[in-house]
Design a protein around this ligand. Structure first.
Ligand code: ADP
Ligand code: MG
Ligand code: MG
Length: 241
């Protein structure tokens, strides 16, 4: 596999493990979903993969190299991209300047990467001199994804990219994620919109209480009674408040 996390145990406070033995495998070109109830440890898993939460035991291997507990800058150089939840743009900078913040390489490489991104998201090219502060939530999310893509990641980790967006903008975010994946970037997407996530993913994991509860092809999980039960429970609580 491209990325393999095995039996990860991780947490924030000594003595309290939030991840209690998580596994995650990403094959080249795959779009992998992670869903699960609020507090299951989805964000913690992504942060652990990106060196922001200490891994107490278990291993993360990227392209055959052990990257367990590497720092974020080392991970970025090795091809891991991360778009945290509720990330933001630099509002007073233009779109183009925001993307320059995402790359610490030569101008030539910036130009090549910018061309790749404009090809994916033509809007960003058309509006490159517009201040990011004037963009809508969905557009800011696109800039944040594009910024992570500037470093040419092999695998892009997205934490709830559709959070806080209107249904139409959420849909655009899923389509955009699929597009990034089709352009050759492996993607791990954490989502609270489980149904939509399972629809676009090749494979998905259901996390519950810091462990993998279920995994399988997205479309199979969607019809799995155990997954539906876990989800209907959460959904009902969410709706009722
Ligand atoms: P999810 O993304 O699945 O909703 P999280 O990974 O954010 O879940 O959180 C899992 C658990 O870790 C929760 O119990 C949460 O309270 C705890 N947690 C999250 N962030 C921190 C933090 N910075 N310090 C301590 N505990 C945290
Ligand atoms: Mg949450
Ligand atoms: Mg989360």
């Amino acid at each position: 596999p491209l990325l393999a996390a095995t039996d990860l145990v991780a947490g924030y406070v000594p003595g309290v493990d939030i991840l209690g033995g998580c596994d995650l495998v990403v094959h080249p070109g795959e779009l992998v979903g992670i869903i699960g109830p609020n507090g299951a440890g989805k964000s913690t898993l992504l942060k652990a993969l990106f060196g922001l939460v200490t891994i107490r035991s278990g291993t993360v291997v990227l392209k055959g190299e052990d990257i367990t507990n590497h720092r974020a800058d080392s991970l970025v150089r090795r091809g891991v991209g991360f778009v945290p939840q509720n990330n933001n743009v630099f509002p007073s900078l233009t779109i183009e300047e925001n993307l320059q913040m995402g790359v610490f390489q030569a101008p030539k490489i910036f130009a090549d990467r910018f061309a790749f991104i404009v090809d994916l998201f033509p809007t960003l090219g058309d509006r490159r001199r517009q201040r990011a502060g004037s963009l809508s939530g969905g557009e800011r999310q696109m800039v944040a994804m594009a910024r992570a893509l500037m470093m040419d990641p092999s695998v892009l980790l997205l934490d709830e990219p559709s959070a806080g967006l209107s249904p139409v903008r959420q849909d655009e975010t899923f389509i955009r994620t699929r597009k990034i994946n089709r352009a050759g970037v492996s993607v791990v997407i954490v989502e609270q919109n489980a149904r939509r996530c399972l629809q676009i993913c090749d494979r998905a994991y259901v996390l519950d209480q810091g462990r993998n509860a279920y995994s399988g092809p997205g479309r199979e999980l969607m019809h799995d009674p155990k997954v539906i039960e876990l989800y209907l429970g959460t959904l009902a609580t969410d709706v009722e408040g």
